[in-house]
Design a protein around this ligand. Structure first.
Ligand code: FES
Length: 188
């Protein structure tokens, strides 16, 4: 007894059928990371981390610095000031310079309530703040309004050249201190 092979065996192709393409070869497996590559990856990560840490530490020692204009300025010859309140430096330096019979002092033109710039009213002999109505006398004391403390006086000195030097970085407003050096410069 003879047996005939089935006509539909895989790859055989039946009568009249085109021959089938051979099965595709299996995709190659990705190369496994060997121990040496793994160690290099670890070292790379460690070096990156240490570099970033060093950069952050170095940055800490060089903080952002805001360079502001100097608070000290030359207000010109003392002899050029008349007695009374001068508004000569109000717009440029936010300071009033006051000459008395004995000398000079300078007031920082910043309201001690919320920081607005008061105006000098010579006919009334007072500074008046346009924001909430505080009034100050020429000494800087509060005579009306919500301002809680007197105006600040700045350091003032007369240079050997005869010029007035004002330093807004040094301030005082307490009675008994504000009338003395360096917040008052004697000038005949
Ligand atoms: S800021 Fe001057 S009274 Fe308020």
């Amino acid at each position: 007894m003879t047996t005939t092979p089935p006509s539909s065996a895989p790859g055989a192709g039946g009568p009249g059928e085109p021959p089938r393409a051979p099965a595709a070869a299996p995709a190659p497996k990705p190369a496994a990371v060997n121990r040496r590559d793994f160690l290099w990856l670890g070292w790379g990560a460690l070096v990156s981390f240490l570099g970033a840490s060093a950069a952050a530490t170095a940055r800490f020692f060089f903080p952002n610095v805001i360079y502001e204009p100097s608070q000290k300025f030359n207000a010109g010859p003392a002899q050029s000031y008349d007695k009374g309140v001068s508004t000569r430096w109000l717009n440029e330096q936010r300071v009033w310079i006051v000459r008395t019979d004995e000398g000079f002092y300078a007031l920082w033109a910043r309201c001690t309530h919320l920081g607005c710039t008061p105006n000098w009213f010579g006919d009334q002999g007072r500074f008046r703040c346009p924001c909430h109505g505080s009034n100050f006398n020429p000494d800087g004391d509060v005579i009306a309004g919500p301002a809680p403390i007197p105006l600040w006086r700045t350091k003032v000195e007369i240079a050997t050249t005869g010029d007035l030097i004002i330093d807004k970085a040094v301030l005082e407003n307490r009675e008994g201190l504000r009338g003395n050096e360096p917040y008052f410069a004697k000038y005949a």
